[in-house]
Design a protein around this ligand. Structure first.
Ligand code: SF4
Length: 197
């Protein structure tokens, strides 16, 4: 990407973020305090994709800033990564009430209106799917974490890596062990990122 192209993509990404902050396309806008568009450079080779904002994210408008976000930062740090190289976002950009799971129509509306456009602009080499909701949204209803975690999956011309959501690792020791092992695999994959199609 040339400097001019990068500047244009960054501006377009910011325009999308402005649109997300004003969006009223699904019922989730009714209870949000802040929409959470996501953060990171337009040149990011990797996108981390979660389910939706939680309480801290809703309060601040920033992605993964609560306990799960701090846990995610440690997982990244163990692989020599910082957020500066990544784009971090969610399938839905507004917090579902009581932290419920986003509904199918909300996911469909938000991903088609916003997420797909963000991904087209960034065109990442790899999209890391954090948790079952993100995995099913991007890979289809047959995606199960127990079978697919820790693996790279090619789907519709994109490269994905599936793992658990960091929030689940805070609740269950076995998920914490699994997600650490998955991130070790991810670290090795990222070292070969330039070789991915
Ligand atoms: S969740 Fe997405 S589609 Fe729904 S109001 Fe928020 S930004 Fe718009």
């Amino acid at each position: 990407m040339t400097k001019d192209e990068l500047r244009t993509s960054s501006e377009q990404l910011e325009n999308l973020a402005s649109g997300i902050r004003r969006c009223v396309a699904c019922r989730l806008h009714e209870s949000r305090r802040h929409a959470v568009p996501g953060e990171g450079p337009a040149s990011a080779g990797i996108v981390l994709l979660g389910e939706g904002p939680g309480g801290k994210e809703d309060a601040t408008g920033r992605p993964f800033v609560g306990p799960a976000g701090r846990y995610l930062d440690k997982l990244l740090e163990n692989q020599g990564l910082t957020r500066k190289r990544l784009f971090i976002t969610n399938c839905v950009k507004c917090r579902p009430p009581e932290n419920r799971t986003p509904r199918r129509d909300e996911l469909k509306t938000c991903t088609s209106l916003w997420l797909e456009r963000q991904l087209e602009l960034i065109s990442p080499k790899l999209i890391v799917l954090l948790g079952q909701v993100a995995a099913r949204q991007m890979l289809g209803d047959t995606a199960t974490l127990s079978d697919w975690h820790g693996k790279r999956v090619s789907h519709n011309g994109r490269n994905y890596f599936v793992t658990y959501h960091p929030a689940a690792a805070l609740r269950f020791d076995w998920v914490a062990d699994t997600i650490r092992a998955d991130f070790d695999v991810l670290g090795k994959l990222l070292a070969r990122l330039a070789d991915l199609p």
